[in-house]
Structure formats: structure tokens, C-alpha cells
Design a protein around this ligand. Structure first.
Ligand code: CO
Length: 212
């Protein structure tokens, strides 16, 4: 059975391999990080952020939680967002969901899973707001996949509803929010063609005006 010694051993091999290929790699990264992207993804072990976009350490600033949820009272997510936008000055934020997401599946059902029910509860609102589309679908798998996609779009919108993103736009910072979905079955990402880069793209109720 693998144990934690295995993690250390694998880490040594990995670090030595990179060091051999690019001798300056770690010393350069130790000085600073300058990622262009903030990635908000699911904690699912099958959706490792850097690996699926073939990026090295230093290229993605990452936040992951169950079902890639952006909640306005989540200080963890908001702190990551604020640091990424205001300090690292990322140009792009990607919300990446995945088909077959266990968190989204739990939200689609009625079984209780404990504390996490509260975390997933807002995903049920997305279902309710689109109930007719769900009821027209033939299978549970299709309903789950649709909810996975709509969840990505909702969380991308939630990002844009924060004062952090809107203040960045107001300062003239170039910042776009995107939505991707990953298919665990074939390893491919799909762009859901969410591309929000100005407050004009938001419903007016969500726009924040500091002078208003
Ligand atoms: Co998931």
C-alpha cells in the first residue's frame, strides 16, 4: 500500500527531473510568481489544474473546492480572488467544472451527505431556475451534465458580482472571466464561451457603483 514516504520519494524524482531539464527553474520561481491565470476548479482528484492545461508551477494561481463554487461569504475564495486580481494582477479567471461532478450530483439528488449539503445547497437554485430545461431531458446523466455546465456559468457570474472584479474593471484593469468544463472520460476541456470582461455584461441589479 502506498504511504506518505512514497510522496516524498516521488517529489524528489520530480524535482530532480525538472532541475536537470531547466537548471534555473526553481531559483527563478523562488524569487516571484507571475501567473496570468486564476483557476477556480473542483477538488476532484481527477481534475488537477496544472496538468490538464499542461502548465508548470508558476503559471496558474489555483483555488479548488467541492463543485468549484464561488460564494460571496466564503472568505477563502474571496481572499484568493482579491490577491490574484489586485496583487498578482491576473488577466484571466477560469472557472473550470467537470462532467460527472460528485458535488453537483449530490445537489441534484435528495440524499443527505452531512455538512456538505449546506455548501452544495446553492446549486439547487440553479436547477430550480432552469427546471423546464431539466425536465425535458431524457436521462439523469444528461441532467447532471447540464447542471455541471450551468453551475460553471453561475459561478463565473458570481465572480463578476463581487466588488473585487468590478473594482478591477473600474480601475481599467484588463480582466476577463471564463467558463470551461472538463470531460474526465477523454481528458478534454471545452470552452463554455463565457467571456465576461465589463460590467455592461451584467444584469443591472448586480452592478456596483461607488458613486451611486
Ligand atoms: Co467535482
Amino acid at each position: 500500500m502506498p504511504d506518505t514516504k512514497d510522496l516524498i520519494r516521488r517529489n524528489r524524482q520530480w524535482a530532480e527531473r525538472i532541475q536537470a531539464d531547466q537548471p534555473e527553474f526553481f531559483s527563478r520561481l523562488a524569487k516571484q510568481q507571475t501567473p496570468d491565470y486564476l483557476w477556480i476548479g473542483c477538488s476532484d482528484s481527477r481534475v488537477p489544474a496544472n496538468q490538464i492545461v499542461d502548465m508548470l508551477p508558476g503559471e496558474l494561481f489555483v483555488h479548488r473546492n467541492v463543485a468549484n463554487v464561488v460564494m460571496h461569504a466564503d472568505m477563502n475564495c474571496l481572499s484568493v480572488l482579491q490577491f490574484a486580481v489586485e496583487v498578482l494582477q491576473v488577466s484571466h479567471i477560469v472557472v473550470c467544472g467537470h462532467y460527472g461532478c460528485g458535488g453537483v450530483k449530490a445537489a441534484l439528488g435528495n440524499q443527505s451527505h452531512g455538512m456538505i449539503d449546506n455548501w452544495l445547497r446553492p446549486i439547487k437554485d440553479i436547477y430550480l431556475n432552469n427546471e423546464e430545461r431539466f425536465q425535458a431531458m431524457a436521462s439523469e446523466e444528461e441532467r447532471l451534465n447540464l447542471l455541471c455546465e450551468l453551475n460553471v456559468k453561475q459561478q463565473a457570474s458570481n465572480l463578476c458580482h463581487t466588488n473585487i472584479v468590478q473594482n478591477a474593471w473600474r480601475r481599467g484593469q484588463s480582466l476577463a472571466v471564463h467558463g470551461f468544463i472538463y470531460d474526465i472520460a477523454d481528458g478534454k476541456l471545452r470552452d463554455l464561451e463565457v467571456d465576461i470582461n465589463s460590467p455592461q455584461q451584467l444584469a443591472s441589479i448586480y452592478r456596483l457603483d461607488p458613486d451611486g
